[in-house]
Design a protein around this ligand. Structure first.
Ligand code: PMP
Length: 384
Protein backbone atom coordinates (compact mmCIF):
# COMPACT_ATOMS: atom_id res chain seq x y z
CA UNK A 1 0.00 0.00 0.00
CA UNK A 2 1.24 3.51 -0.77
CA UNK A 3 2.02 5.92 2.04
CA UNK A 4 -0.54 8.71 2.15
CA UNK A 5 1.02 12.15 2.44
CA UNK A 6 -1.42 14.24 4.44
CA UNK A 7 -1.69 17.90 3.55
CA UNK A 8 -2.77 18.98 7.02
CA UNK A 9 -2.18 17.85 10.63
CA UNK A 10 -4.22 14.67 11.13
CA UNK A 11 -7.02 15.07 13.66
CA UNK A 12 -7.31 11.36 14.50
CA UNK A 13 -10.91 11.09 13.39
CA UNK A 14 -12.43 8.75 10.84
CA UNK A 15 -15.61 10.38 9.54
CA UNK A 16 -18.05 7.90 8.03
CA UNK A 17 -21.31 9.81 7.66
CA UNK A 18 -22.74 13.32 7.56
CA UNK A 19 -26.21 14.79 7.76
CA UNK A 20 -26.71 18.56 7.62
CA UNK A 21 -24.81 20.10 10.58
CA UNK A 22 -23.58 16.77 11.97
CA UNK A 23 -20.94 14.14 11.14
CA UNK A 24 -20.44 10.72 12.73
CA UNK A 25 -17.21 8.81 13.31
CA UNK A 26 -16.71 5.06 12.96
CA UNK A 27 -17.76 4.45 16.59
CA UNK A 28 -21.15 6.08 15.97
CA UNK A 29 -20.26 9.25 17.87
CA UNK A 30 -21.96 12.40 16.57
CA UNK A 31 -20.16 15.75 16.20
CA UNK A 32 -21.51 19.26 15.63
CA UNK A 33 -19.47 20.19 12.58
CA UNK A 34 -18.17 23.76 12.71
CA UNK A 35 -15.33 22.66 10.41
CA UNK A 36 -17.72 21.59 7.65
CA UNK A 37 -15.03 20.40 5.26
CA UNK A 38 -13.20 23.76 5.36
CA UNK A 39 -16.58 25.42 4.90
CA UNK A 40 -17.63 23.42 1.82
CA UNK A 41 -20.58 21.82 3.64
CA UNK A 42 -22.27 25.15 4.44
CA UNK A 43 -25.52 23.90 2.88
CA UNK A 44 -25.36 20.83 5.13
CA UNK A 45 -23.73 17.44 4.80
CA UNK A 46 -25.51 15.32 2.20
CA UNK A 47 -28.32 17.85 1.96
CA UNK A 48 -31.18 15.79 0.45
CA UNK A 49 -31.76 18.37 -2.31
CA UNK A 50 -28.12 18.09 -3.43
CA UNK A 51 -28.09 14.29 -3.09
CA UNK A 52 -31.18 13.97 -5.27
CA UNK A 53 -29.81 16.33 -7.96
CA UNK A 54 -26.45 14.54 -8.09
CA UNK A 55 -27.92 11.03 -8.01
CA UNK A 56 -30.32 11.70 -10.86
CA UNK A 57 -27.59 13.45 -12.88
CA UNK A 58 -25.24 10.48 -12.29
CA UNK A 59 -27.76 8.19 -13.93
CA UNK A 60 -27.89 10.43 -17.04
CA UNK A 61 -24.34 11.67 -17.68
CA UNK A 62 -21.20 12.02 -15.55
CA UNK A 63 -18.41 13.20 -17.86
CA UNK A 64 -18.62 15.59 -20.80
CA UNK A 65 -16.08 18.17 -21.84
CA UNK A 66 -17.10 21.80 -21.61
CA UNK A 67 -16.51 21.81 -25.39
CA UNK A 68 -20.15 20.67 -25.45
CA UNK A 69 -23.29 22.07 -23.98
CA UNK A 70 -25.16 19.96 -21.43
CA UNK A 71 -28.52 20.48 -19.70
CA UNK A 72 -26.73 20.56 -16.31
CA UNK A 73 -24.40 23.38 -17.45
CA UNK A 74 -27.36 25.34 -18.86
CA UNK A 75 -29.27 24.88 -15.62
CA UNK A 76 -26.27 25.82 -13.44
CA UNK A 77 -25.75 28.95 -15.54
CA UNK A 78 -29.41 29.99 -15.23
CA UNK A 79 -29.67 29.29 -11.48
CA UNK A 80 -26.27 30.72 -10.51
CA UNK A 81 -27.09 33.87 -12.51
CA UNK A 82 -30.04 34.43 -10.16
CA UNK A 83 -27.79 34.50 -7.10
CA UNK A 84 -24.74 36.19 -8.68
CA UNK A 85 -23.90 39.78 -7.67
CA UNK A 86 -25.86 42.33 -9.74
CA UNK A 87 -22.75 43.84 -11.40
CA UNK A 88 -21.55 40.48 -12.82
CA UNK A 89 -21.92 39.80 -16.55
CA UNK A 90 -19.56 36.93 -17.41
CA UNK A 91 -18.75 33.61 -15.76
CA UNK A 92 -16.44 30.60 -16.04
CA UNK A 93 -16.85 27.44 -13.98
CA UNK A 94 -13.84 25.53 -12.59
CA UNK A 95 -13.34 22.94 -9.87
CA UNK A 96 -11.51 24.38 -6.87
CA UNK A 97 -11.03 27.74 -5.23
CA UNK A 98 -7.36 27.86 -6.16
CA UNK A 99 -8.23 27.26 -9.79
CA UNK A 100 -10.73 30.14 -9.68
CA UNK A 101 -8.03 32.45 -8.28
CA UNK A 102 -5.57 31.25 -10.96
CA UNK A 103 -8.11 32.06 -13.67
CA UNK A 104 -8.97 35.45 -12.16
CA UNK A 105 -5.29 36.44 -12.02
CA UNK A 106 -4.64 35.16 -15.53
CA UNK A 107 -7.58 37.23 -16.81
CA UNK A 108 -6.11 40.30 -15.09
CA UNK A 109 -2.65 39.65 -16.59
CA UNK A 110 -4.14 39.23 -20.06
CA UNK A 111 -6.35 42.30 -19.71
CA UNK A 112 -3.56 44.61 -18.50
CA UNK A 113 -0.43 43.11 -20.07
CA UNK A 114 1.28 43.47 -16.67
CA UNK A 115 2.49 41.06 -13.99
CA UNK A 116 2.26 42.93 -10.68
CA UNK A 117 -0.05 41.66 -7.94
CA UNK A 118 -1.17 43.31 -4.70
CA UNK A 119 -2.80 41.49 -1.79
CA UNK A 120 -3.30 41.98 1.94
CA UNK A 121 -1.11 40.74 4.79
CA UNK A 122 -2.52 37.53 6.28
CA UNK A 123 -4.34 36.79 3.01
CA UNK A 124 -5.12 33.28 1.82
CA UNK A 125 -6.01 32.63 -1.82
CA UNK A 126 -4.68 29.11 -2.40
CA UNK A 127 -1.51 27.04 -2.68
CA UNK A 128 -1.05 26.67 -6.45
CA UNK A 129 1.58 28.87 -8.05
CA UNK A 130 -0.37 31.98 -9.01
CA UNK A 131 -2.74 31.76 -6.04
CA UNK A 132 0.24 31.13 -3.73
CA UNK A 133 1.83 34.32 -5.06
CA UNK A 134 -0.99 36.31 -3.42
CA UNK A 135 -1.12 34.17 -0.27
CA UNK A 136 0.76 35.90 2.49
CA UNK A 137 1.85 33.09 4.84
CA UNK A 138 5.66 32.74 4.41
CA UNK A 139 5.46 29.10 5.54
CA UNK A 140 3.25 28.19 2.54
CA UNK A 141 5.31 30.28 0.12
CA UNK A 142 8.77 29.12 1.13
CA UNK A 143 10.75 27.29 -1.54
CA UNK A 144 8.25 27.90 -4.35
CA UNK A 145 9.11 30.29 -7.20
CA UNK A 146 6.22 32.62 -6.47
CA UNK A 147 5.75 36.08 -7.94
CA UNK A 148 6.91 39.00 -5.91
CA UNK A 149 3.62 40.42 -4.58
CA UNK A 150 3.06 43.65 -2.68
CA UNK A 151 1.32 42.93 0.65
CA UNK A 152 -0.58 45.77 2.32
CA UNK A 153 -1.79 45.63 5.93
CA UNK A 154 -5.59 45.19 6.20
CA UNK A 155 -5.52 47.81 8.95
CA UNK A 156 -3.61 50.40 6.87
CA UNK A 157 -4.95 53.96 6.94
CA UNK A 158 -7.00 54.09 3.69
CA UNK A 159 -5.34 57.43 2.93
CA UNK A 160 -1.99 55.62 2.55
CA UNK A 161 -3.18 52.96 0.09
CA UNK A 162 -2.47 54.97 -3.01
CA UNK A 163 1.28 55.18 -2.27
CA UNK A 164 1.51 51.41 -1.77
CA UNK A 165 0.05 50.26 -5.12
CA UNK A 166 2.81 50.08 -7.78
CA UNK A 167 2.24 51.38 -11.31
CA UNK A 168 2.80 47.96 -12.90
CA UNK A 169 -0.05 46.33 -10.92
CA UNK A 170 -2.30 43.97 -12.88
CA UNK A 171 -4.54 42.90 -9.99
CA UNK A 172 -5.41 43.79 -6.43
CA UNK A 173 -7.00 40.81 -4.70
CA UNK A 174 -8.73 40.81 -1.29
CA UNK A 175 -11.03 38.68 0.86
CA UNK A 176 -13.90 40.79 2.30
CA UNK A 177 -13.26 38.94 5.59
CA UNK A 178 -9.99 37.02 5.84
CA UNK A 179 -10.75 33.35 6.44
CA UNK A 180 -7.50 31.47 7.03
CA UNK A 181 -5.78 34.66 8.15
CA UNK A 182 -7.83 35.26 11.29
CA UNK A 183 -11.26 36.76 10.49
CA UNK A 184 -10.01 40.29 9.86
CA UNK A 185 -12.60 42.35 8.04
CA UNK A 186 -11.84 44.80 5.25
CA UNK A 187 -13.49 48.14 6.02
CA UNK A 188 -15.66 49.88 3.39
CA UNK A 189 -13.10 52.74 3.47
CA UNK A 190 -10.21 50.40 2.66
CA UNK A 191 -12.22 48.68 -0.09
CA UNK A 192 -12.99 52.09 -1.60
CA UNK A 193 -9.35 53.18 -1.40
CA UNK A 194 -8.24 49.94 -3.09
CA UNK A 195 -10.84 50.41 -5.83
CA UNK A 196 -9.65 53.98 -6.43
CA UNK A 197 -6.01 52.88 -6.52
CA UNK A 198 -6.87 50.08 -8.96
CA UNK A 199 -8.72 52.50 -11.22
CA UNK A 200 -5.90 55.02 -11.06
CA UNK A 201 -3.18 52.60 -12.18
CA UNK A 202 -5.48 50.61 -14.49
CA UNK A 203 -5.40 47.39 -12.43
CA UNK A 204 -8.32 45.03 -11.89
CA UNK A 205 -9.86 44.60 -8.44
CA UNK A 206 -10.64 40.99 -7.46
CA UNK A 207 -12.81 40.06 -4.49
CA UNK A 208 -12.14 36.49 -3.36
CA UNK A 209 -15.44 35.27 -1.89
CA UNK A 210 -14.47 31.59 -1.86
CA UNK A 211 -14.93 31.44 1.90
CA UNK A 212 -17.20 34.43 2.58
CA UNK A 213 -19.60 33.90 -0.32
CA UNK A 214 -22.81 32.01 -0.99
CA UNK A 215 -24.61 33.12 2.16
CA UNK A 216 -22.03 32.28 4.81
CA UNK A 217 -21.74 35.81 6.25
CA UNK A 218 -25.51 36.34 6.30
CA UNK A 219 -25.55 37.94 2.84
CA UNK A 220 -25.33 36.12 -0.45
CA UNK A 221 -22.00 37.91 -1.06
CA UNK A 222 -20.12 39.63 1.74
CA UNK A 223 -18.78 42.41 -0.49
CA UNK A 224 -22.28 43.78 -1.14
CA UNK A 225 -21.90 45.38 2.29
CA UNK A 226 -18.69 47.17 1.27
CA UNK A 227 -20.34 49.48 -1.26
CA UNK A 228 -17.61 48.75 -3.84
CA UNK A 229 -17.95 46.75 -7.04
CA UNK A 230 -14.89 44.78 -8.09
CA UNK A 231 -13.99 43.80 -11.66
CA UNK A 232 -13.83 40.09 -10.81
CA UNK A 233 -15.16 37.86 -8.02
CA UNK A 234 -14.20 34.26 -7.21
CA UNK A 235 -16.56 31.75 -5.53
CA UNK A 236 -16.06 28.15 -4.47
CA UNK A 237 -16.37 25.90 -1.41
CA UNK A 238 -20.15 25.51 -0.92
CA UNK A 239 -21.50 26.62 -4.33
CA UNK A 240 -22.08 22.96 -5.29
CA UNK A 241 -23.31 21.82 -1.87
CA UNK A 242 -19.95 20.18 -1.12
CA UNK A 243 -18.99 18.85 -4.55
CA UNK A 244 -15.94 20.38 -6.22
CA UNK A 245 -16.97 23.44 -8.21
CA UNK A 246 -15.81 27.03 -8.32
CA UNK A 247 -16.73 30.05 -10.38
CA UNK A 248 -15.18 33.31 -11.54
CA UNK A 249 -17.55 36.13 -12.46
CA UNK A 250 -16.63 39.49 -13.91
CA UNK A 251 -17.94 42.66 -15.40
CA UNK A 252 -18.35 42.59 -19.17
CA UNK A 253 -15.33 41.81 -21.35
CA UNK A 254 -12.90 40.71 -18.63
CA UNK A 255 -13.08 36.91 -18.83
CA UNK A 256 -13.42 36.57 -22.58
CA UNK A 257 -9.60 36.51 -22.81
CA UNK A 258 -9.77 33.02 -21.27
CA UNK A 259 -11.72 31.63 -24.24
CA UNK A 260 -10.37 29.67 -27.19
CA UNK A 261 -8.10 27.33 -25.22
CA UNK A 262 -6.32 30.07 -23.25
CA UNK A 263 -7.75 28.47 -20.12
CA UNK A 264 -9.64 25.30 -19.24
CA UNK A 265 -9.71 22.10 -17.24
CA UNK A 266 -10.92 18.55 -17.95
CA UNK A 267 -13.44 18.50 -15.13
CA UNK A 268 -14.51 22.17 -15.37
CA UNK A 269 -18.31 22.41 -15.61
CA UNK A 270 -18.66 18.63 -15.29
CA UNK A 271 -22.28 17.44 -15.21
CA UNK A 272 -22.29 16.25 -11.57
CA UNK A 273 -20.88 19.50 -10.21
CA UNK A 274 -23.14 21.58 -12.48
CA UNK A 275 -26.26 19.69 -11.35
CA UNK A 276 -25.11 20.39 -7.78
CA UNK A 277 -24.48 24.11 -8.50
CA UNK A 278 -27.99 24.42 -9.97
CA UNK A 279 -29.57 22.68 -6.96
CA UNK A 280 -27.44 24.63 -4.45
CA UNK A 281 -28.31 27.98 -6.05
CA UNK A 282 -32.03 27.13 -6.02
CA UNK A 283 -31.77 26.05 -2.41
CA UNK A 284 -29.93 29.23 -1.42
CA UNK A 285 -32.83 31.37 -2.64
CA UNK A 286 -35.69 28.98 -1.93
CA UNK A 287 -34.75 28.37 1.68
CA UNK A 288 -33.55 31.90 2.41
CA UNK A 289 -30.16 30.47 3.42
CA UNK A 290 -28.36 33.82 3.93
CA UNK A 291 -31.09 35.04 6.33
CA UNK A 292 -30.95 31.79 8.27
CA UNK A 293 -27.17 32.06 8.49
CA UNK A 294 -27.48 35.65 9.69
CA UNK A 295 -29.94 34.69 12.45
CA UNK A 296 -28.03 31.59 13.59
CA UNK A 297 -24.78 33.56 13.44
CA UNK A 298 -26.20 36.41 15.52
CA UNK A 299 -27.28 33.92 18.19
CA UNK A 300 -23.91 32.17 18.16
CA UNK A 301 -22.05 35.49 18.38
CA UNK A 302 -24.28 36.58 21.29
CA UNK A 303 -23.74 33.35 23.25
CA UNK A 304 -20.00 33.43 22.58
CA UNK A 305 -19.94 36.97 23.87
CA UNK A 306 -21.92 36.03 26.99
CA UNK A 307 -19.85 32.95 27.81
CA UNK A 308 -16.40 33.99 26.62
CA UNK A 309 -16.43 37.78 26.46
CA UNK A 310 -15.22 38.15 30.05
CA UNK A 311 -12.59 35.38 30.01
CA UNK A 312 -9.00 36.50 30.41
CA UNK A 313 -7.59 34.13 27.71
CA UNK A 314 -10.05 35.54 25.13
CA UNK A 315 -8.80 38.54 23.21
CA UNK A 316 -11.64 39.13 20.75
CA UNK A 317 -14.77 37.59 19.24
CA UNK A 318 -15.41 38.63 15.64
CA UNK A 319 -16.79 37.70 12.23
CA UNK A 320 -20.11 37.84 10.41
CA UNK A 321 -22.99 35.40 10.08
CA UNK A 322 -21.69 31.84 10.35
CA UNK A 323 -18.06 32.83 9.83
CA UNK A 324 -16.96 33.55 13.38
CA UNK A 325 -13.66 33.59 15.21
CA UNK A 326 -12.59 33.60 18.85
CA UNK A 327 -9.12 35.06 19.24
CA UNK A 328 -7.17 33.64 22.16
CA UNK A 329 -3.98 34.70 23.91
CA UNK A 330 -2.42 31.32 23.04
CA UNK A 331 -2.24 28.71 20.27
CA UNK A 332 -5.77 27.33 19.76
CA UNK A 333 -4.54 23.78 18.87
CA UNK A 334 -5.23 22.29 22.32
CA UNK A 335 -8.67 23.95 22.45
CA UNK A 336 -9.58 22.37 19.08
CA UNK A 337 -8.47 18.97 20.37
CA UNK A 338 -10.44 19.42 23.59
CA UNK A 339 -13.55 20.48 21.63
CA UNK A 340 -13.31 17.40 19.44
CA UNK A 341 -12.51 14.91 22.19
CA UNK A 342 -14.60 16.10 25.12
CA UNK A 343 -17.36 18.24 23.57
CA UNK A 344 -18.00 16.49 20.22
CA UNK A 345 -17.55 19.76 18.34
CA UNK A 346 -15.29 20.16 15.29
CA UNK A 347 -13.78 23.56 14.53
CA UNK A 348 -10.76 25.04 12.72
CA UNK A 349 -7.86 27.31 13.36
CA UNK A 350 -7.35 30.69 11.67
CA UNK A 351 -4.10 32.64 11.84
CA UNK A 352 -1.93 31.77 14.84
CA UNK A 353 -4.42 32.40 17.64
CA UNK A 354 -8.00 32.17 16.40
CA UNK A 355 -10.57 29.37 16.79
CA UNK A 356 -12.68 29.55 13.61
CA UNK A 357 -16.30 28.38 13.43
CA UNK A 358 -17.79 27.65 9.98
CA UNK A 359 -20.91 25.57 10.70
CA UNK A 360 -23.59 24.66 8.15
CA UNK A 361 -26.53 27.08 7.95
CA UNK A 362 -28.84 24.48 9.55
CA UNK A 363 -27.09 24.66 12.94
CA UNK A 364 -29.84 24.69 15.61
CA UNK A 365 -30.28 26.78 18.75
CA UNK A 366 -29.37 23.75 20.86
CA UNK A 367 -26.20 23.13 18.79
CA UNK A 368 -25.23 26.78 19.10
CA UNK A 369 -25.62 26.54 22.90
CA UNK A 370 -23.47 23.39 22.95
CA UNK A 371 -20.74 25.06 20.88
CA UNK A 372 -20.59 28.14 23.13
CA UNK A 373 -20.64 25.98 26.27
CA UNK A 374 -18.00 23.61 24.86
CA UNK A 375 -15.71 26.49 23.96
CA UNK A 376 -16.01 27.97 27.44
CA UNK A 377 -15.11 24.61 29.01
CA UNK A 378 -12.16 23.99 26.72
CA UNK A 379 -10.71 27.51 26.80
CA UNK A 380 -10.83 27.52 30.62
CA UNK A 381 -9.30 24.04 30.78
CA UNK A 382 -6.50 24.70 28.28
CA UNK A 383 -5.67 28.14 29.67
CA UNK A 384 -5.06 26.35 32.99
N1 PMP B 1 -9.46 31.62 -1.38
C1 PMP B 1 -9.98 31.61 -0.13
C2 PMP B 1 -10.48 32.90 0.45
C3 PMP B 1 -10.07 30.41 0.59
O1 PMP B 1 -10.57 30.43 1.83
C4 PMP B 1 -9.60 29.22 -0.01
C5 PMP B 1 -9.67 27.89 0.73
N2 PMP B 1 -9.50 27.93 2.08
C6 PMP B 1 -9.07 29.27 -1.30
C7 PMP B 1 -9.02 30.48 -1.96
C8 PMP B 1 -8.56 28.03 -2.00
O2 PMP B 1 -9.62 27.20 -2.30
P1 PMP B 1 -9.39 25.63 -2.58
O3 PMP B 1 -8.87 25.04 -1.30
O4 PMP B 1 -10.74 25.11 -2.95
O5 PMP B 1 -8.42 25.51 -3.68
Amino acid sequence: MLKLVRFYGYRGLRIVKGSMQYVWDDTGRRFIDCHAGHGAAFLGHSNPTIVEAVASQARELIAASSSFSTPSLEEALAEFSRVAPPWAEEIVFLNTGSEAVEAALKAAWLATGRRGVVALKNSFHGRTLASLSVTWNPRYRSGAPVLDATFISPTIDPGDVDKRVPRDTAAIIIEPIQGEGGLTRVSPELAKALKEAADRVGALLIFDEIQTGFGRTGRTWAHLELGVEPDIMTAGKSIAGGLPASAVVSRDGVLKSLAGGRHGSTHAANPLSMAAVAAASRLLRGEGVPDKARRAGALLAQLLQERLGGLRPVRDIRGEGLMLGVELRFDPGPVLRCLQESQSVLALKAGATVVRLLPPYAISRRDVEMVAYGLEQCICREAG
